[in-house]
Design a protein around this ligand. Structure first.
Ligand code: AMP
Ligand code: MG
Length: 324
């Protein structure tokens, strides 16, 4: 069990632990993060160790303002416009590292680029006080469901970390959208809490999807966000011994036979569905069903990120795939 402190009591203890090179769990508007000083190699190594995360999978660097961001990365005009429009918020920009930056190379897995984000709330406050950026992936064991409340963090990593800052349930519920601006256009490397439509509206263009050559966002290719139960997508019926993850007002055939059922959003609201996604998956997993059938969820807006996470939750888990 970690010490769990409410926001009001957490700032000074959090700073002490971060100064000492420890990792702590903090709330953000997306999911809970496992944070450490991004300039301290030992601290960053503790993140990988605590999560069991492979070292080739780079971490997102969190900043409190543009001045800090500019010491780390070089902004092109489009990236700057996106930062101005959506920071603080659920947008991560992949940018070239600036000469003389002080991010430890473990954070970027040796890449010449860095993934940068400015979070809303406690994380931003603690970074401003620390005067250093934080590396912070989601606060879960690698490959497992991301936590959207303090208890979920404590259940998974409580034995390994000293402090969980409790900011209640996160608003957005899925990770940030990762965007890279390249010569040939603007691409979403990972869909997330900021929709393609929102970004497209600001830029006045259509966004591409996926990396160029090579693995730019390894989390995208992996079995990930996975409960113990098998996950079956776009279910049109509930089979024997299955639990049901429902969406919207209408049920699929056999819903009444499900071993348990939770609805992501009875009214069909994608924002509500994103916020409930991980907690509902975790709760259905806890009833011990062999599989979770998932009703179809629209692909527009936040549906893109929800379907992305569910596809990875449903992906085969073997040695041939790359866990995050
Ligand atoms: P997580 O911290 O678990 O939300 O995952 C971070 C995601 O950001 C992973 O999919 C990383 O591969 C991706 N990422 C971090 N740094 C970079 C980078 N420099 N270029 C591309 N993707 C990155
Ligand atoms: Mg993660």
């Amino acid at each position: 069990m970690a010490r769990i402190l409410p926001l009001e009591a957490a700032l000074e203890p959090a700073l002490d632990l971060l100064e000492a090179g420890q990792v702590i769990a903090i709330p953000t508007e997306t999911v809970y993060g496992l944070a450490a000083d991004a300039t301290n190699g030992e601290a960053v190594a503790r993140i990988f160790e605590t999560k069991g995360r492979p070292h080739f999978n780079p971490l997102i660097v969190h900043v409190c303002d543009m001045a800090m961001a500019e010491t780390i990365a070089q902004f092109d005009e489009t990236s700057r416009r996106l930062a101005e429009s959506f920071w603080p918020g659920p947008l991560t920009l992949v940018l070239p590292l600036r000469d003389g930056h002080d991010i430890h190379p473990l954070v970027t897995a040796g890449l010449k680029t860095v993934a940068l984000r400015m979070p809303i709330g406690f994380g931003r406050d603690v970074i401003a006080r620390l005067h250093r950026p934080l590396a912070a992936p989601s606060a879960n064991t690698s490959g497992r469901i991301s936590p959207t409340n303090a208890k979920a963090v404590d259940d998974d990593l409580g034995a390994k970390i000293g402090l969980v800052v409790d900011g209640g349930a996160t608003n957005i519920g899925v990770e940030s959208t990762i965007v890279k601006v390249a010569d040939d256009g603007v691409r979403i490397l990972r869909p997330g809490g900021l929709t393609a439509e929102q970004i497209g509206d600001v830029l006045g263009l259509e966004l591409g999807r996926g990396g160029g050559s090579g693995i730019e966002a390894p989390g995208m290719l992996a079995s990930h966000y996975a409960p113990d139960a098998a996950v079956r997508l776009d279910a049109s019926e509930v089979r024997q011994h299955e639990a049901l993850l429902a969406f919207g007002p209408h049920r699929v055939t056999g819903a009444e036979t499900a071993t348990a059922m939770l609805n992501l959003s009875p009214t069909g609201d994608l924002g509500e569905a994103a916020a409930n996604l991980y907690a509902h998956l975790k709760a259905l997993d806890a009833v011990g069903a062999s599989a979770i059938a998932v009703e179809p969820i629209p692909l527009d807006g936040l549906g893109e990120a929800i379907n992305d996470r569910l596809r990875r939750a449903a992906a085969p888990r073997g040695d041939d795939i790359l866990p995050e």
